[in-house]
Design a protein around this ligand. Structure first.
Ligand SMILES: Cc1ncc(C[n+]2csc(CCOP(=O)(O)OP(=O)(O)O)c2C)c(N)n1
Ligand SMILES: [Mg+2]
Length: 586
């Protein structure tokens, strides 16, 4: 026996004991240090304990049924708060399920961080067949703004700090952060761990526009005979609401909000040109774009929509474009006056520049718009006043319009084809960032993820207007809505299918056509299955009663609104994007 074995064990004094921390806690501490208090995710290897520990450490951990919905929740939380939304997934399949949301976030400029656990690097890189083996970082890279991997516990602070900066600075977007399983159990001295964390200072610094760019923009704006302001989702994200409203009102220029910019000024505002959209786009001579990109939603700034003679024609217009990304400028057509900087700073600079005696637009322009608006609104009101049986989109959405008017603080989530297009044009919004929808891609599946996040981060009532097809993409999350008892009222505009419930299999075979679903489906029963309120509404009065009840009680509610199955049109308002064939079958 050696003498060491017989010696009395050394006593450990309090001074000698080094307090340790681990990868799990460093991730949580780094997020908390940066005021991130919520995680949207789905547990499993290797992040199950991370979700438990985050909850134990006081974070809100919202657990979903599918990662795509958790990712969409994170993305829209980012849009609403200007802080990156966090989505946490397991490796390979969970990661891939989150990737659509990450990519959609990047496309829409929503700040989010997809944090995925991953398998053992040595095995993944040698392709030796690990559990859920996948080179996640390589796959994520082209689909997001930035992608990082952390291998050592002492680098977690830097990894989180870089992810936050990448997500929210400049043009916001999606970031991927890869955390291999082995990282979580790595330990280090707690004191050194604490020192390794970074509280990000000024994560989205202001970017002031150059004075000469402001001057150029003002000169172009002053030259206008038929000016128009276009507000995009970027303008809503910027939270420069008062200045944007002041700019519109002080210049007296008619404006058009893009879908998610509705409510930046109330849709009932007299300068809103929404009800004369095609007229103002075709006729305006100077257009000021504020956080709106000239993508497909604006016909790339050219063609007949803009008064051009053919689809490629650049009409005779001058564009002023406010955008934080210099590369956005000239992406489709010539931009006469780029104004590169953050929207708040650019709008503030314009406001200063216009002073107090800016000449209002010529009356022949504003009165021509008013005339068209009045005519179109009268026509719309006539249609909305009808009460057909079964309900159509108009009669159902007239109810939603009234409910939103009475609760302008409620958040409206919206997806579908006809269900989307009709809601956008019929339901007025009155406050900024209250309308959340399919965005730049026209993606189905955002409904329940957006609804959960909107309820969680704002505490306001949420009304989700869903096509029956659109709802199916994330419908299982009604369980999540019930589990967290969220004040979400889902209205499924049920027309028995994609675009319409009509259509007959031309072969006479037993399969229905690809666009038709089970007739008379009762989506309300789904909500009842988890303890929420389900209502089947066949009239506007029933719909109104159910919606009022849902909002008053705050209970999870799903209303199956039965809509005439012939009421929709193919692809809603974007039928022209369907490829056409001229070939005839032999
Ligand atoms: C992820 C995804 N898959 C498929 C589509 C194609 N798509 C566009 S709208 C839509 C559903 C339209 O049906 P519904 O939601 O019932 O709306 P309706 O027109 O019937 O009111 C589909 C499947 C899409 N936009 N996104
Ligand atoms: Mg439908």
């Amino acid at each position: 026996m050696s003498s060491a074995a017989t010696a009395a064990p050394a006593t450990t004094t309090a001074e000698d004991a080094v307090k340790m921390t681990d990868g799990f806690h460093l991730v949580i501490d780094a997020l908390k240090l940066n005021d991130i208090d919520t995680i949207f995710g789905l547990p499993g290897i290797p992040i199950t304990d991370l979700t438990r520990m985050a909850q134990a450490e006081g974070m809100r951990v919202i657990s979903f049924r599918h990662e795509q919905n958790a990712g969409n929740a994170a993305a829209i939380a980012g849009f609403l708060t200007q802080k990156p939304g966090i989505c946490l997934t397991v490796s390979a399949p969970g990661f891939l399920n989150g990737l659509t949301a990450l990519t959609n976030a990047t496309t829409n400029c929503f700040p989010m961080i997809l944090i995925s656990g991953s398998s053992e690097r040595e095995i993944v890189d040698l392709q030796q067949g690990d559990y859920e083996e996948m080179d996640q970082l390589a796959i994520a890279k082209p689909l997001c703004k930035a992608a990082f991997r952390v291998l050592h516990a002492e680098d977690i602070g830097v990894g989180i700090a870089r992810s936050i900066r990448a997500a929210v600075s400049g043009r916001p977007g999606g970031v991927y952060l890869d955390l291999p399983a082995k990282l979580f159990s790595q330990t280090m001295a707690a004191e050194a761990g604490k020192k390794s964390l970074i509280k990000v200072v000024d994560p989205a610094p202001r970017q002031l526009p150059a004075p000469e760019s402001v001057q150029r923009a003002l000169t172009v704006l002053k030259s206008a005979k038929r000016p128009l302001i276009l507000l995009g989702k970027g303008a809503a994200y910027a939270q420069a609401d008062a200045d944007i409203r002041a700019l519109v009102e002080k210049t007296g220029i008619p404006y058009l909000p893009m879908s998610m910019a509705k409510g930046l000024l109330p849709d009932s505002h007299e300068q809103s040109a929404s009800a004369a959209r095609s007229y103002v786009l075709a006729e305006a001579d100077v257009v000021l774009l504020i956080g709106a990109r000239l993508n497909w939603l604006l016909s790339q700034g050219k063609g007949k929509t803009w008064g051009g003679k053919n689809p490629k024609d650049w009409a005779d217009k001058k564009f002023i474009q406010i955008d934080i990304s210099p590369q956005e400028i000239d992406s489709n057509i010539r931009i006469e006056a780029p104004l590169v900087g953050d929207i708040g700073s650019c709008v503030a600079a314009l406001l200063t520049g216009i002073g107090s005696n800016w000449a209002k637009p010529p009356a022949d322009w504003t009165s021509a718009i008013a005339e068209r608006k009045d005519k179109n609104l009268a026509k719309m009101n006539e249609t909305l006043a009808k009460n057909p049986s079964p309900m159509n989109f108009h009669s159902a959405l007239a109810v939603v319009r009234d409910v939103v008017k009475s609760r302008p603080d409620a958040i409206l989530v919206n997806e579908g084809a006809n269900a989307l297009d009709f809601t956008r044009s019929i339901v007025d919004m009155y406050q900024p960032r209250k309308r959340l929808d399919v965005g730049t891609w026209g993606i189905m599946g955002i409904g329940m993820g957006f609804s959960v996040a909107a309820a969680v981060v704002t505490g306001k009532p949420v009304i989700a207007i869903e096509g029956d097809s659109a709802f199916g993409f994330s419908g299982m999350e009604v369980e999540t809505i019930c589990r967290y008892n969220l004040p979400v009222c889902v209205v499924v505009l049920n027309n028995n299918g994609v675009y319409a419930g009509t259509g007959v299999n031309p072969t006479g075979g037993p399969d229905v056509v690809p666009t038709v679903f089970v007739k008379g489906a009762r989506y309300d029963k789904l909500m009842e299955a988890f303890g929420g309120v389900g209502v089947n509404a066949t009239t506007p009065a029933e719909l109104r009663k159910a919606m009022d009840g849902a909002i008053a009680s705050g209970r999870p509610t799903l209303i199956n609104a039965v809509i005439d199955e012939t009421a929709g049109t193919e692809s809603g308002r974007i039928k022209s994007l369907n490829p056409q064939t001229t070939a005839t079958k032999q």
